[in-house]
Design a protein around this ligand. Structure first.
Ligand code: COA
Ligand code: MG
Length: 303
């Protein structure tokens, strides 16, 4: 059912496409995913030039991050179609995915999908460019189920709490902070989006935390996202990469236990047993599904 490649997304680093310095730095970082931004990190009068800077960076630099993505302006802006045409025409072969912002409906995602269909044919690209999509408008959250199901290019949805807060008129301070709302302001949108992703075989990803001098709060937010089944979190600063990797990389001890339970269960099945005791823990078919999720995550990052 899933046609797109499986990619690790423990951390997605946001890099302003108007900053040659930061793109140079990002190219040399070892991490799962970077996205070069044409949207909010780039001032309107710098956007046209940033497209060319991104094309040059994609073509000229050796990129260590495993997945390289470009984030584009939303379909209601004057920039969206030129973002897609210029970046894909200039460096489509070097691009893994395009990230759409502020999607409100499946039609918004299909606009990008159809543009990519056309450009890939015209340019005779042999790679198929994937789509990533931010859920950061109240309409997008309402329509998240149809958005998650709409395109076989779609690889992940990201909960963008900054714009989402504005869209819903949530009263908080800085982006990503859940303030003092007990117990967790983001519980409902994260949970809702994660269900939609899982039901369609795509990855749920958690958005930014703006105060990069607060590693404890970042880690707390990442742990909440991880517990709900999300696969990773954004970094807006290099110092957040390691924090995300720590949370979203399977714990080696838990992984060892998972593999032990899996092999013990396989042996038990041969003897006709459906539920067994492994070191004081009941293991049955349901627990093996949970265990397999952890093993799959570990396999994806080569553990
Ligand atoms: N990607 C790549 N490199 C980055 C980076 C990023 N997102 N953020 C910071 N750096 C680099 C800096 O250039 C600096 O490099 P140097 O040591 O070679 O001089 C180093 O990391 C340390 O940066 P620091 O001085 O601590 O931060 P800053 O004041 O230069 O930048 C921000 C702070 C917030 C402006 C910057 O991190 C940023 O632009 N982040 C991304 C914003 C974004 O993309 N927003 C949209 C999505 S929410
Ligand atoms: Mg946004």
């Amino acid at each position: 059912m899933i046609k797109h490649p499986r990619r690790a997304r423990r951390c997605q680093l946001s890099v302003p496409g108007s900053s040659e310095k930061m793109m140079n730095k990002a190219a040399g970082l070892t991490l799962d995913h970077v996205f070069l931004d044409l949207e909010d990190a780039v001032a309107p009068n710098a956007k046209p030039a940033a497209r060319g800077m991104i094309v040059d960076a994609l073509n000229d630099l050796e990129w260590l991050p495993k997945t390289v993505c470009v984030r584009i302006n939303d379909v209601a802006t004057e920039w969206c179609h030129d973002d897609i045409i210029e970046v894909v025409s200039g460096a489509g072969a070097r691009l893994d995915t395009i990230m759409l912002t502020k999607a409100k409906s499946a039609a918004d995602v299909m606009f990008v999908h159809l543009m990519l269909d056309q450009l890939e044919q015209k340019l005779k690209l042999t790679n198929r460019i994937g789509i990533e999509c931010l859920i950061e408008e109240v309409e997008g959250m309402m329509n998240v189920e149809e958005i998650a199901a709409c395109s076989d290019r779609l690889e992940c949805l990201i909960f963008g709490m900054g714009d989402y807060s504005a869209s819903q008129q949530i009263q908080i301070g800085s982006v990503g902070s859940s303030g003092s709302y007990p117990p967790d302001l983001w519980h409902y949108p994260r949970y809702k989006m994660t269900i939609a992703c899982r039901a369609n075989g795509i990855d749920p990803v958690d958005g930014p935390y703006a105060n990069f001098r607060n590693p404890q709060a970042y880690t707390r937010e990442a742990e909440r996202a991880n517990t709900l089944g999300m696969v990773g979190k954004w970094a807006i600063h290099p110092s957040q990469i390691e924090l995300a990797n720590q949370v979203f990389t399977p714990d080696p001890e838990a992984l060892e236990t998972a593999r032990k339970q899996k092999s013990a269960y396989a042996e038990a099945l041969e003897q006709g047993l459906g539920a067994i005791n492994v070191d004081g823990v009941m293991v049955d078919a349901a627990s093996i599904r949970i265990v397999q999720n952890l093993i799959d995550r570990a396999d994806l990052v080569g553990m």
